[in-house]
Design a protein around this ligand. Structure first.
Ligand SMILES: NC(=O)c1ccc[n+]([C@@H]2O[C@H](COP(=O)([O-])OP(=O)(O)OC[C@H]3O[C@@H](n4cnc5c(N)ncnc54)[C@H](O)[C@@H]3O)[C@@H](O)[C@H]2O)c1
Length: 252
């Protein structure tokens, strides 16, 4: 699609922007004129993409408070403002029986998928409130948070928590014009897919997951990026508290 100006003049943090859906979101946001800060644990992939897109890469672990403080500083030092936060970084333990889940598995999904959202808002909301500027948070959740499948109990629960927290904050901060929305993809082909499947990511192994998608395929990075771009843009100025299922009808 031709480059546009839907996010011109905006500054956006995209977590997990080095890979998969986040890579698609960062690319789309740059194409639409935003100054993007890719925040990711993966330095190599993040730096390579930032070079390609000519945007900022900041090494970050979104489960750490000081990383969020640093990300705000990067935004202000480089661009003098921050407008959009896409909490996309996410993780799962491999598909397994719930009885076999370990404390480490549980802590991992809750820290990366939920605590990161808590920290992002805990640190960035005071900045947005002080500046009295409209702002927007987007959570990349999952159909797993709405229509859970077996054997991913705590991943599913982390995404349900992410969707619920996003809606709660939409209600709480609506009067201050800070919008909170989420986007829920169905399974796609990314760095995480083999973990959802619990086996190698092949066409054959994906069949069972895709058989319940009316449109007959998985979510692509550009499907997810297009929804995020809409939510981040002025076109969505009156949209808050929604969870857009980018899932080819899976959740119907
Ligand atoms: N792939 C799917 O099928 C699928 C389906 C629904 C929802 N999702 C969600 O989409 C989001 C993006 O995942 P993806 O599928 O693109 O996976 P991915 O593994 O390709 O990308 C995730 C990125 O997040 C980064 N990351 C992980 N932990 C981090 C941390 N603590 N701090 C900073 N960065 C971190 C990784 O380095 C990676 O670049 C996740 O929230 C995931 O739960 C994925």
């Amino acid at each position: 699609m031709a480059p546009g100006t839907r996010l011109a003049g905006k500054v956006a943090i995209v977590t997990g922007g080095a890979s998969g859906f986040g890579r698609g979101i960062a690319t789309k946001f740059v194409q639409e004129g935003a100054n993007v800060i890719i925040a990711d644990l993966s330095a190599e992939a993040g730096q390579a993409l930032a070079k390609e897109l000519q945007c900022n890469f900041t090494l970050a672990d979104v489960t750490k408070r000081d990383c969020w403080e640093h990300l705000l500083k990067v935004a202000i030092d480089n661009f003098k403002q921050l407008d959009i936060v896409v909490n996309n970084a996410g993780i799962t333990y491999p598909n397994k029986a719930t009885a076999d889940v370990t404390d480490k598995d549980f802590d991992l999904v809750m820290n990366v998928n939920v605590k990161s959202i808590y920290l992002s808002t805990n640190i960035l909301l005071p900045y947005f409130l002080e500046n009295k500027k409209p702002a927007c948070f987007i959570t990349v959740a999952s159909t797993a948070g709405v229509r859970p499948r077996p054997r991913l109990t705590w991943y599913n629960a982390s995404k349900a928590a992410a969707i619920n927290a996003t809606k709660t904050m939409a209600v709480e901060y609506g009067p201050q014009q800070i919008r909170f929305n989420s986007v829920s993809p169905v399974i796609g082909t990314t760095g995480m897919t083999h973990l959802f499947l619990g086996k190698p990511d092949t066409e054959e192994n994906r069949k069972q997951f895709l058989s319940v998608v009316p449109l007959g395929r998985g979510s692509t990075p550009s499907d997810v990026a297009n929804a995020c771009c809409y939510l981040a843009s002025e076109e969505a100025a009156f949209i808050t508290g929604v969870n857009i299922e980018v899932d080819g009808g899976r959740c119907v």
